[in-house]
Design a protein around this ligand. Sequence first.
Ligand SMILES: *[C@@H]1O[C@H](CO)[C@@H](O)[C@H](O)[C@H]1NC(C)=O
Length: 109
Amino acid sequence: MGDPFSVAASALTIIAAAIGATKALNETVKSYKGRDKTLGRLQGGLEDLITTLHSLQEKTSKLTHGVIEEYSEMIKDTAYHLEVRLQRIDEKMEDVAAAHRTTSSKLQE
Ligand SMILES: *[C@@H]1O[C@H](CO)[C@@H](O)[C@H](O)[C@H]1NC(C)=O
C-alpha cells in the first residue's frame, strides 16, 4: 500500500464497489419503504451516502501525484470509515429483516 497511485487506485475501486452496493441496497429498500419507518430513514441515509461517495470519487480521481501522496492517509482513513459505515447498514438491514421475520411468524400464528 506504499505507492500513492496504488492507494488511490484501491480507494477508487472501493468507492466504485461501495456506490454499486449502496445503489443496489437503495433499490431493495424501495420496495419496503412506506411499510416501515426505519427503512424510510435508512433510504435517506443511503441517498446521503451515495452523494458523499460520488463527491469522494470525483475528488479522488482528480488528485495529482503530489496531492495523492499528501492525501493517501486521509483516503485510507475514509475507506476504513466507509467500510465500518457499510457494515452498520448491513447490521441494520439484518435487524429489519429479523423484525420482519418475527412479524410474519406472529401473523401466521
Ligand atoms: C434511490 O431510490 C429512489 C427510489 O426509491 C430513487 O428515486 C433514487 O433515485 C435512488 N437513488 C439513487 C442515488 O440511486
